[in-house]
Design a protein around this ligand. Structure first.
Ligand code: 13P
Ligand code: SF4
Length: 326
């Protein structure tokens, strides 16, 4: 399999970068020399966000990938995002600093299991959350992100049954908002289900003036209590537009970097994780695999490069374009 072969090749990732080098400056110089663009998700480290050409949520990153005109896209995010960039912009070289940066949601839907699931509902329209493999995308009619899942489901004729995969929590939320009954796949995001409901309740009591806002990948008991539910970008916009001064933010903690820059005078509190850790918040271990060192090496060696199987490219692109056209 392509993916495994690439993993074998990336022994160079452990190679140290030249001594005494200013990594951020060196990355920016390499980027210019190679006519590359750095795209980053809100969940990667602040260091990387601070030097990226564009930082966004899954939808905005897909749109930015499609219109990129550079020779190289360096995708600081996870594998399915870089793969989506390659599907949308097949003639551009797409590299991901660490090929092991996967996603629990994408992993929850293996190709063969998903095909069998889909075949058991032959008349259903398939809507897949963008957090899935190119193989699952190619078996889907529409892709959606957390920004547009409701619009995508609403665009499907009312008489059609809908399979929604792989995130069950997002599916339950879309089902509640749209009133459509969805056939749900049992997948979840390890980061969002790692938020402790009990600790969150205690935090809400401790900060009575704070509003709880949440990403739709969170558990239903959190979404039910949230004042606002939205994608990473929608949460960022909300804290800026709202007159409220304090927020408890139930999502991956990387977004706090952008929120604190956007509203430095407001109090932004990350929702607590189940187990105690250094940040007392929930972090995505896959997104955090992106480091400045790996980014430098990836740009220098132009590896690991993302490839998409010919057999999945066409179907996956069609499903992605069906989303982008809504
Ligand atoms: P959005 O970028 O759509 O908010 O999704 C969050 C996420 O979990 C990405 O992996
Ligand atoms: Fe996947 Fe969750 Fe990490 Fe996003 S935050 S990449 S959904 S594991």
């Amino acid at each position: 399999m392509l993916f495994e072969k690439e993993i074998e090749k990336v022994g160079y990732l452990s190679r140290s970068v030249p001594e005494g080098i200013n990594l951020k400056e060196a990355i920016l110089a390499l980027k210019k020399e190679k006519n590359a663009i750095i795209l980053a998700h809100y969940y990667v480290s602040e260091d990387i966000q601070s030097i990226a050409d564009f930082v966004g949520d899954s939808l905005a990153l897909a749109q930015a990938s499609k219109k990129a005109s550079s020779d190289i896209i360096v995708f600081c995010g996870v594998h399915f995002m870089a793969e989506t960039a390659k599907i949308l912009n097949p003639n551009t070289k797409v590299i991901l600093p660490d090929l092991n940066a996967g996603c629990s949601l994408a992993d929850s839907a293996p190709e063969d299991d998903f095909r069998a699931f889909k075949n058991s509902y032959p008349d259903a329209v398939v809507v897949s959350y963008i957090n899935c493999s190119s193989e699952v995308k190619s078996m889907s009619d529409y892709i959606c992100t957390s920004s547009n899942a409701i619009e995508v489901v609403n665009a499907i004729p009312k008489d059609k049954r809908i399979i929604f995969a792989p995130d069950k929590n997002l599916g339950l939320y879309v089902q509640k908002v749209t009133g459509r009954e969805l056939i749900l796949w049992e997948g979840a995001c390890v980061v969002h289900v790692n938020i402790s409901v009990d600790k969150l309740d205690a935090l809400v009591i401790k900060y009575p003036s704070a509003e709880l806002i949440a990403h739709p990948e969170c558990l239903p008991e959190i979404l039910d209590k949230a004042k606002f539910v939205g994608s990473t970008k929608a949460l960022l916009d909300y804290v800026q537009k709202s007159p409220v001064e304090q927020f408890i933010v139930a999502t991956e903690a990387g977004i706090l970097y952008q929120m604190k820059q956007a509203v430095p005078n407001k109090l932004i509190i990350p929702a607590p994780a189940l187990e105690s850790n250094s940040c007392a918040c929930s972090e995505c271990p896959y997104m955090k695999m992106n480091t400045l060192e790996k980014l430098y090496n990836a740009l220098y060696y132009e590896l690991p490069e993302i490839q998409v199987k010919e057999s999945t490219q066409e179907g996956a692109l069609k499903a992605l374009n069906n989303m982008l056209s809504i």
